[in-house]
Design a protein around this ligand. Structure first.
Ligand SMILES: C[S@@+](CC[C@H](N)C(=O)[O-])C[C@H]1O[C@@H](n2cnc3c(N)ncnc32)[C@H](O)[C@@H]1O
Length: 318
């Protein structure tokens, strides 16, 4: 890519890359109204990851609402907000976070365009419910006049040779030669131990997931903002496509990680999984069956059963 923008730690419209090392509300309050074309983020899920305190759900929603309100204020009139979330788990019962956050977005006048299901194969193995293998991205726009570019994100057709068999266009190819609409179920590997983008962060976005949103919902040189930046993925996806990127991250070691990855992306040395690469299929790859569960995980499951932990899940990648 070979761009060499400085990484600023305060927002000004003259910058290309901004990482605020601190609370996202401080960054958001420094951004003028109607400035950002795409807000895309994966907020803390309130499930007790190392960077979050487990909160009462009402308090969690109130805190999210404060951030969302500021995101709406900074959003440009043709802009979009994409909130990527999974489930809150309360003593074995799941509460999909998008369902409890929907009233916050709609109450601020936003219009929902898609609830995208992001399906992936790797995650926790649950013993008392089906293992969760998707999360969602809820996409809202500020108005009915919004940017949506389908052509850059079309995917190969299933039957590219298919032709009209009757009517005025008989004999002509029936599909769009640029490919088809990717739909609202996206099968994209999540970033687990053997993913090329894996860092020490427990829940990174795969870059290709955000590239699809950047390409379809923004134009070159527009701003992409991630209030919960983590390892900098949203800024990386923006820069890979000549957009500008800003974000906030509260944990200093993730700030450093994001800065490093963004510099590598600008230098063209960051390894990312390319968009639209087919998902690895061990049967097609002709792999022999292998032991998939490490012994330590099996032992831990046994211990959990003995302790009677109700919502026990084993991470298959340990
Ligand atoms: C789910 S992770 C996001 C990971 C990110 N999508 C990536 O690709 O790396 C949420 C991040 O938000 C950060 N965070 C939590 N509260 C924050 C706050 N109030 N302001 C800024 N960052 C915060 C956490 O440290 C964590 O890295």
């Amino acid at each position: 890519m070979f761009q060499d923008y400085p990484i600023a730690n305060r927002w000004t419209d003259a910058e290309h890359v901004v990482i605020h090392p601190g609370d996202c509300l401080d960054l958001l309050r420094s951004i003028p109204d109607n400035t950002i074309q795409l807000v895309v983020t994966s907020p803390p899920y309130n499930i007790g990851k190392e960077y979050e305190k487990r909160l009462d759900l009402d308090l969690y929603v109130a805190q999210q609402a404060e951030v969302i309100r500021e995101c709406v204020r900074v959003l440009s009139p043709r802009g979009s907000i994409c909130w990527q979330v999974g489930n809150y788990v309360d003593r074995g019962a799941i509460i999909p976070l998008d369902t409890i956050l929907y009233p916050v977005f709609s109450g601020l006048g936003l219009r929902m365009r898609n609830r995208i299901i992001w399906h992936f194969e790797h995650g926790l193995h649950c013993s008392n419910r089906f293992s969760g293998r998707y999360e969602s991205i809820v996409w809202f726009t500020r108005s009915d006049e919004y940017t949506f570019n389908l052509d850059p994100v079309r995917v190969p057709q299933k039957y590219p040779g298919k032709k009209h068999f009757k009517g005025p266009r008989v004999g002509e190819y029936s599909g769009n030669p640029l490919g088809k609409n990717p739909g609202d179920v996206w099968i994209i590997p999540n970033v687990k131990s053997n993913h090329v983008e894996k860092t020490e962060h427990p829940c990174q976005f795969p870059v290709e997931l955000i590239e699809r949103l950047v390409l379809s919902l923004t134009h070159e040189d527009e701003w992409v903002l991630d209030p919960f930046l983590g390892t900098g993925t949203s800024i990386i996806a923006a820069l890979l496509h000549q957009r500008r990127g800003a974000g906030a991250e509260i944990m200093p070691r993730y700030v450093e990680l994001a800065q490093r990855r963004i510099r590598e992306a600008m230098a063209g040395t960051l390894r990312t999984r390319p968009m639209n690469r087919p998902v690895y299929d061990p049967r097609l790859a002709g792999q022999q069956l292998t032991e998939v569960r490490p012994r330590a995980a099996a032992e831990e499951e046994q211990l959990a059963l003995l302790e009677g932990r109700e919502d026990y899940c084993v991470d298959e990648d340990r």
